[in-house]
Design a protein around this ligand. Structure first.
Ligand SMILES: [Zn+2]
Length: 112
């Protein structure tokens, strides 16, 4: 098979989100409006995904990881598992701490 010349490859540019054909010069998809290349929405950038996971979204930030066009398959898996492990650990620590608190308070009540 003959490799496509660069011009033909560029003419086959497709939107990462809706997979429709777009012009290689387009910064936003003319069908779904998603930013392309350097114009990809801020919340798909890895640094912002981590910040959103730590502040507002928690484990739901995995949805952004899975949709982000800026991360390869391997990076998506690594980041998703890291977020999942972190929040499972935080959840487990919360359960242990609440149990400790309940034990301490019931001991206090018994000593009254
Ligand atoms: Zn699109």
């Amino acid at each position: 098979m003959i490799a496509e010349p660069p011009a033909a490859a560029a003419a086959n540019a497709r939107c990462w989100s809706c997979d429709r054909r777009i012009d290689p010069a387009d910064r936003y998809c003319r069908f779904c409006g998603q930013g392309q290349g350097g114009s990809v929405a801020w919340y798909y950038r890895p640094v912002w995904i981590i910040l959103l996971a730590a502040t507002a979204l928690g484990p739901f930030a995995i949805l952004l990881v899975m949709r982000s066009p800026l991360l390869g398959r391997g990076a998506k898996w690594v980041l998703s598992i890291a977020i999942l492990v972190f929040f499972v650990y935080v959840g487990w620590r919360m359960i242990v701490d609440v149990q400790d608190l309940l034990d301490t308070s019931s001991e206090l009540l018994r000593s009254i």
